[in-house]
Design a protein around this ligand. Structure first.
Ligand code: ZN
Length: 296
């Protein structure tokens, strides 16, 4: 098998909404902790961070604009990271939930996650993403110049994403995040990864994640297949069986080492922006930066 050409973008999903400090004490809760974990991942080689916010005291999932704003402000002033804010708003309820989920767009991130398709979670919870909301979110992101990270958890979601793309609501190049191993989406196997990849449009950019113990095998296969990878506490809190990661940086460092072994160069922040078709970073100071994330 020939190695694919092209630099590897590493995304760090530093906290998600589920893992707690009881699971792993290094899981960040406060905006400062979330920013510091993001910066550690950046220094280790991540070019993109995917951000959720948490109640700073209890760690419960949160969605306050002030919490997102503090994280974004800290990252903009200290790094040239590409900032990807979540719009999943999993815990939000009520008639305003659909609008509230799009609030992070007001903070002018580079990207936002866009979950395409609904999904059954364990324990009876359902993650609801109706076609109408997906299209509205895509249009609002396009209007705001924010790139959607099209998250798909199953093959049916791929169909929905491709049908949505046909209505030209996504600005090219399309960027997919293939989410594997989340119950009850597609399983975290190489066969499932290959199946999803085969359905991707030929000119898109794509990344993949595996949950828990599926993380490293899915990361490895994705590097070999020419995709980009996501790691971090949102998907996995263990570096290996029974060994909690000390930081998101542990996962990033492992991918950097793996990429080196497999002969794939890691993308700096400016490389990542070029690959994803993003403009220069919106820095707090207002001046674009060309410095890379690797070692930076
Ligand atoms: Zn997320």
């Amino acid at each position: 098998m020939r190695m694919p050409e092209g630099k590897l973008i590493i995304t760090a999903a530093v906290c998600g909404s589920a893992p707690t400090k009881a699971d792993n004490p290094a899981v960040p809760y406060t905006p400062e902790e979330i920013a510091q974990e993001s910066l550690r991942a950046w220094r280790a080689g991540a070019a993109v961070v995917h951000i959720h916010v948490r109640n700073p005291v209890t760690g419960a999932p949160a969605f306050e604009q002030s919490l997102f704003a503090e994280v974004v402000g800290r990252l903009r002033s200290e790094s040239d990271l590409t900032i990807n804010l979540t719009t999943s708003g999993l815990h939000l309820q009520g008639p305003d939930a659909e609008s509230l989920r799009l609030m992070p767009l007001e903070l002018e991130p580079d990207m936002c996650s866009l979950d395409v398709g609904s999904l059954n979670f364990r324990g009876g919870r359902v993650f609801i993403n109706p076609e109408t909301w997906v299209e509205r979110a895509a249009l609002e992101m396009r209007r705001a110049g924010i790139k959607p990270e099209i998250e798909v958890f199953d093959l049916g979601h791929m169909r929905q994403a491709l049908a949505t793309a046909e209505r030209r609501v996504f600005a090219p190049p399309l960027y997919f995040q293939l989410c594997l191993g989340i119950p009850w989406g597609v399983e975290g196997t190489i066969e499932a990864l290959m199946d999803m990849r085969r359905r991707l449009p030929s000119d898109c950019r794509w990344s993949a994640l595996g949950r828990g113990a599926d993380q490293l095998p899915i990361n490895t296969a994705t590097i070999l297949l020419g995709g980009h990878v996501r790691v971090g506490f949102e998907d996995n809190i263990y570096l290996s069986r029974g060994v909690p990661a000390r930081s998101n940086a542990d996962f990033v460092e492992r991918i950097v080492a793996l990429a080196r072994i497999l002969g794939r160069e890691v993308a700096s922040c400016s490389d990542a922006r070029e690959i994803l078709g993003l403009p220069p970073p919106r820095l707090a100071g207002g001046t674009p930066s060309g410095t890379g994330g690797v070692g930076g």
